[in-house]
Write a new protein. Structure first.
Length: 166
């Protein structure tokens, strides 16, 4: 963003509360860069963990996840995203953790939740190229080095009744 959306003046860097932000020198509009919430879901299904290959990144496996839309809370987004990506109906359990993700275009806050499948038949939906069930050890390996992998590790350490040696 180069110009203020309020008054159209050119935005300039300004230190606010010890951090450099882009701000308007005319009307005090500030680009805060607040993170966008994302719901990530650890779905237990048929003795394993559900992973998807997102259409946007079809070479990687990920937890079902997506943006929290206006008017939704994170749990509602989790239920919706799992349905859209896997065709499964779930009941959300606990929040496993929150994780900050910094991308070049935006900051995200990844809210990881546990869920149990209560209906539906697993198949890739509109947002996923593939959807599949993995053993815990295979899911850990597929997600290694990712935010979803950190969330799954926390889940396995503290929450899961599916405990097994990894």
């Amino acid at each position: 963003m180069k110009f203020c959306p309020e008054c159209r003046s050119e935005l300039t860097p300004r230190v606010i509360e010890g951090r450099t932000k882009v701000a308007c020198p005319s009307c005090d509009f500030v680009v805060w860069g607040n993170p966008v919430p994302v719901a990530g879901v650890i779905v237990e299904y048929d003795g394993g963990i559900v992973l998807v290959k997102p259409r946007a990144k079809p070479t990687i496996w990920a937890l079902p996840a997506g943006y929290v839309e206006d008017g939704e809370n994170a749990e509602q987004a989790a239920v919706r995203e799992v349905k859209e990506e896997t065709n499964l109906d779930v009941v959300v359990g606990k929040v496993v953790g929150t994780y900050s993700i910094r991308r070049p275009s935006k900051a995200l806050i990844y809210i990881a939740m546990s869920a149990k499948a209560i209906g539906g038949v697993l198949k890739a939906g509109d947002d996923a190229k593939e959807a599949s069930i993995f053993s815990i050890s295979d899911a850990v390996e597929k997600l290694r080095g990712t935010t979803a992998g950190k969330a799954l590790g926390s889940y396995l350490a503290y929450e899961s009744p599916m405990q097994e040696t990894i």
